[in-house]
Design a protein around this ligand. Sequence first.
Ligand SMILES: [Zn+2]
Length: 596
Amino acid sequence: MKPTDLPRWDLSVLYAGPNAPEIRTELAALQTAAERFAETYQHRVASLSAADLMVALGSLETLLGEIYRPQAHASLLSSTDALDDTVRAMNTAVSDVATEVHNRLRFFDLELASAPEEVVAGWMAEAVTEGHRHHLRRARESAPHVLSTEVERVIATKNLTGRRAWSQLYTEVTAGWEIPLEVDGETRTMNLAQLRALRTNTDREIRRRAHQAILDRFERESPLFAYILNTLYQDHRTEGDLRKYTDPVAPTLLDDEIDAATLHALMSAVEAHYPVAQAYFGLKARALGLEKLMSHDVLAPYPMATREVSWTSARDLVLKAFGALHPEVADIARRFFTERRIDAEPRAGKQDGAFCAGMIPGTPPYVLLNYTGNLHDVLTLAHELGHGVHFVLAGRRQSLVNYWPTTPMAETASVFAEMVLTRDLLSSERDPAVRRQLLATRIEEALGTIHRQVCFTRYEIRAHARRAEGVVPAAGFSDLWAREHDRLYGTAVERTPGDAWGWAAIPHLVHYRFYCYAYAFGQLLVFSLYRAWEENPSIFVPRYLDLLASGGSESPAVILSRVGIDITDPTFWARGLEVVTRMVEDFRSEVVSAVP
Ligand SMILES: [Zn+2]
């Protein structure tokens, strides 16, 4: 792939560059405007009429949008030029002002949350609040858990040297590791990311050594990590008690607008489906010609499935697949190319991986990729453009507070886009190795986001319960970890004693509380939507576009009920899992026909 073929994005619709003079002028104006907003409304929110409240919310959304623009610009520039001094200076200037402005505006949501019940009921009854009722309801639901403005300020400030510092310690310790590994007869020093990447190496012995080296290092540092997790879990409990939460999962569920029964139904359905994951790993061992799949083979690639795809072919493949869903979807995606809103070229100083920056309503989203020309990169392009379509559709109908989808819904359009592209690719692919790889990619993605994340969540629930009884030793976390992984893998994947230290190796379990289930929710939801599309495209497609345009204007349950989905129905999750079962059966046919 010639890098010259690959596009860089054009950020000039935002600002001319990191030195654009209007950035500083706008930041100064923003500070003044935030100050004026606070002078007008602080200590008065509960006394506003419904109409005045809407005026205030409108000004607040404008202010938040205005701070978001330079922030997004700074973060987009840093993602391709993190080491450039001008970019760094601008980034710091913008984030200092952003923190100050956010602190200045924080009172508004706190006052909304603590407004008397009858005042809120009065607001809700007025027609003028219709577009913002969901926002008000959310503020209401969090009200019983919000502390006084002063206490909230103290907690936010103390978290910088408390919770945030522990989490940062974990990042800094693991980022500083230089781990020796013998590759091709010579010993090389590698960081954690490089070692993790070797777990997908074609050479089994390299995979084994990399896997072992990672876990050995986590084992050696496990007393420190156990200390960090004990502290973070206790901090979570202390704050939960202060905020009158009855369960450690409750704050996450409230944020995500999911009830406990839905979480329970989701997790039980997935756990009952573990045997299908085990069946897949059995087939994977067979396809790789291995007697037994070891834990270092779980991420092993299939041989001979590489195919180079030029950038223009990637674009055409994705736009064709999107067009089969709906012409409008293809049109929205096409504009990312014509308006130069994609940075695809890998180069020094550019961030790894891929993302879609959603921006704000009225400002089009951008996509970052590191395109190297394999099929996986084409799927990543579809994924990020799926996010892009979601944002554009939501931006047409929603104002800022209703724009971003809630966490469990955030991956709907992106994963759906990958499914749409995979279906299209499989329909024309004749090479058995490529077909097998395409199916395996989807299945492993599903097992990684559904089964594995539910396993993590179950572990996390049990670990918090153990912490509530007292300090948990490192070996205690290992026991819980091994037990949940025994359930997931059964006898299909043979594990080494070192695997029990895996709990320390998952950054999400350090930085966030109960985040992992949301991946499972999102993926299973997409499978259910996909089935609905297959069954009746003409009914499904308009409803699906409407769902995306809803952004975060309602809870997942309400938005999904409009496409005929009831997430409180236990059989709903099982229907999504049937798509995984079917893919594993298709994979079985491919393997059986290939391996005599
Ligand atoms: Zn995504």
